[in-house]
Design a binder for this molecule. Structure first.
Ligand SMILES: NC(=O)c1ccc[n+]([C@@H]2O[C@H](COP(=O)([O-])OP(=O)(O)OC[C@H]3O[C@@H](n4cnc5c(N)ncnc54)[C@H](O)[C@@H]3O)[C@@H](O)[C@H]2O)c1
Length: 386
């Protein structure tokens, strides 16, 4: 095994989480060769140098374009604001690097599809940062659905609520600017929820949406100048999955009190499942065939019986955290790269750029539905598909 050499771009909130994960992935999963944290880039040399020292990278640069072509880098991890994902990922792919890119993969489904195609054509591994879905308990949820434990799925209630912009006094950020973020709450939070829904029930086929910007103006941090918020704070969406299951999706970045309210109820003919990321070590299962009088949701605590939990901890109920999900995600990428070294046709990483594009097609359709006040079909592929 050869250690993959990492080049990471963007050292804010999620860049830091990637660095933590990449430093521990070889310890948690000993079958993965620990990667070398080779080079880190941020907007200027001083900032990148500080990040290199804090995060444990060998070298730093203030210019991401030098990072993507650096001969000592094998894998580029893109952790910058949304509008930069496309150009950074395409430049890395052109230089022959495997790419891990944060969500949303791109600002449009067309861009996301271009990225997926470029990475496939170059024979490189690609992964998009939908980390919540790698939670071992959600793998169990998918297994329970597939095995018929709750019968036929008949309804989905999904929500991703946070309150990080609920305070009108909070400054304007790149997340409020169309050219930098694309959509608002949908791009930031909705993409995770759509990916989760895909994993549970498959493709979303149609949507009918209403989007709202609750706080229409915010002040710029330095100048104090008022700026119009250019994307939505909330999205309420009726959805229909390709398998006919109807659902509701609710997304907000101004939902006071919610910190990481990524949650769902999934109703089946014989039972139900429910999950809430704020209690990410609990999965709830209700079964109709439990004894009358004793029916109710049972709480399944995460433990070593649940897939990737065991390498972190042999004891049930002690719990994983968000950074552990990034460790699992890092293992998924590095293991795929290793597989491909032995066999170029071996399976790549998941969730890959095609999933990023599939999610983006849903987001684009939601925005179109709001603009047209109509149900909109999500293209399966072609058009803006794969
Ligand atoms: N997977 C998740 O759960 C998750 C969580 C948070 C953020 N994200 C995604 O990660 C991305 C970054 O979000 P964040 O919260 O870390 O943002 P952030 O603002 O905290 O950090 C962004 C970093 O990118 C750097 N940057 C900006 N322009 C750059 C350039 N031209 N060259 C090099 N570096 C540049 C900034 O200086 C900063 O260090 C976004 O796309 C966001 O959607 C994903």
């Amino acid at each position: 095994m050869t250690a993959a050499r990492i080049g990471l771009i963007g050292t804010g909130y999620i860049g830091r989480a990637h660095a933590i994960a990449l430093r521990s992935v070889g310890t948690v999963f000993p079958d993965v060769e620990p990667p070398v944290l080779e080079l880190v880039a941020d907007t200027d040399a001083a900032r990148a140098e500080t990040a290199a020292r804090e995060l444990g990278f060998r070298r730093s640069t203030g210019d991401w374009r030098t990072l993507v072509v650096d001969p000592e880098v094998d894998v580029v991890v893109v952790c910058t604001p949304n509008h930069l994902h496309r150009d950074m990922a395409l430049a890395a792919i052109a230089a022959g690097k495997h790419v891990s890119c944060e969500k949303p993969l791109a600002l449009s489904a067309a861009d996301a599809r271009e990225m997926a195609r470029a990475a496939d054509t170059a024979g490189l591994c690609h992964l998009v940062g939908f980390n919540y879905a790698v939670n071992p308990l959600l793998v169990t949820a998918r297994e329970l659905i597939a095995s018929g434990e709750i019968g036929e799925p008949i309804g989905f209630h999904g929500r991703y609520l946070e309150d990080y912009l609920a305070d009108p006094g909070l400054a304007f950020t790149w997340r409020c600017e169309r050219a930098l973020a694309g959509a608002g709450a949908l791009a930031d939070l909705g993409t995770h929820l759509v990916d989760l829904a895909h994993g549970l029930l498959g493709d979303i086929a149609r949507v009918a949406a209403r989007l709202t910007t609750v706080i229409g103006e915010r002040r710029e941090p330095v100048s104090g100048r008022a700026r119009r918020v250019e994307n939505e704070d909330c999205a309420q969406v009726l959805v229909e999955f390709a398998n006919g299951v109807p659902g509701v999706v609710d997304v907000s970045r101004v939902a006071t009190g919610y910190k990481c309210g990524l949650a769902f109820d999934l109703f089946g003919t014989r039972g139900s499942l429910r999950f809430d990321q704020e209690r990410m070590n609990e999965l709830q299962l209700y079964r109709n065939d439990d004894r009358a009088g004793l029916r109710g949701f049972r709480t399944i605590l995460a433990g070593p019986e649940h897939g990737d939990y065991r390498p972190f901890c042999p004891a049930p109920g002690h719990g994983l955290g968000i950074n552990d999900l990034k460790v699992i995600e890092s293992r998924n990428l590095l293991a795929a790269i290793e597989r491909r070294r032995g066999d170029v046709r071996a399976p790549g990483a998941a969730p890959d750029f095609h999933e990023g594009a599939r999610v983006q097609r849903v987001i684009d359709a939601i925005e179109r539905s709001h603009a047209d006040s109509a149900w909109v079909e999500v293209p399966a592929n072609g058009g803006v598909g794969r």
